[in-house]
Design a binder for this molecule. Structure first.
Ligand SMILES: Cc1cc2nc3c(=O)[nH]c(=O)nc-3n(C[C@H](O)[C@H](O)[C@H](O)COP(=O)(O)O)c2cc1C
Length: 185
């Protein structure tokens, strides 16, 4: 069985992030040959094309990490009906300099959690548009718009019975999608 390197981007820097918690619970549902690495996007400088000729060290390392990764899992909150700036900044950073889009051709799946009933649907729509423009190969279905309720997690941090089955199926789809997309590359 081949090994797959998966980069995880969480669009929240909060130590209490419900999306980080969701990402941590999700990766536990994956098989052992999927190796997940949470990428640090919080220490990236704010993207500025004036620096394209001399890319900041953190941005350079981030682009190198993208190049060394087989596929991505992006777990996004919805901030003011869109993608949080920290995640958008990471996407912009990876996309430039012009002609050196590190995201092109990489498989990706997105998911997100909110405390509201929309479950990040609007943010995910915006995120999908950016990823399409960057020529990432998105898992289109199943979509996952998660609303965190009081019974979402069990006391030990595992996912409660109401959503566990759905997220298990979602992860199976992710694994199948990545396996197929990497084989095509
Ligand atoms: C700046 C800001 C804007 C927000 N805007 C939305 C929103 O548009 N839709 C929504 O469902 N929740 C919104 N929320 C509430 C988030 O769903 C909630 O704070 C959630 O915990 C954010 O995810 P995180 O904990 O992973 O950062 C917003 C929260 C913040 C801090």
């Amino acid at each position: 069985m081949g090994k797959y390197k998966i980069g995880v981007l969480v669009g929240s820097l909060s130590k209490n992030s419900i999306n980080r918690k969701l990402a941590e619970a999700l990766v536990k549902l994956a098989p052992e040959n999927f190796e997940f690495k949470f990428l640090d996007i919080g220490s990236l400088p704010v993207y500025n094309y004036d620096n394209d000729g001399d890319i900041p060290a953190a941005a350079k390392s981030f682009k190198q990490a993208i190049a060394e990764t087989d596929a991505f899992l992006m777990v996004t909150p919805e901030y003011n009906r869109s993608v949080p700036s920290v995640l958008k900044n990471a996407i912009d950073t990876g996309s430039r300099p012009w002609g050196q889009n590190s995201w092109a051709g990489k498989p990706v799946a997105i998911i997100g959690a909110s405390i509201g009933p929309c479950g990040t649907a609007i943010a995910q729509g915006h995120l999908r548009a950016s990823l399409a423009c960057l020529q990432m190969r998105q898992m289109n279905l199943p979509e996952a718009y998660i609303t965190i309720t009081d019974d979402f997690y069990n006391a030990d941090g595992t996912i409660g019975v109401r959503t566990a089955g759905f997220l298990k199926t979602w992860m199976e789809s992710f694994v199948s999608s990545v396996t197929k997309e990497v084989a095509k590359a």
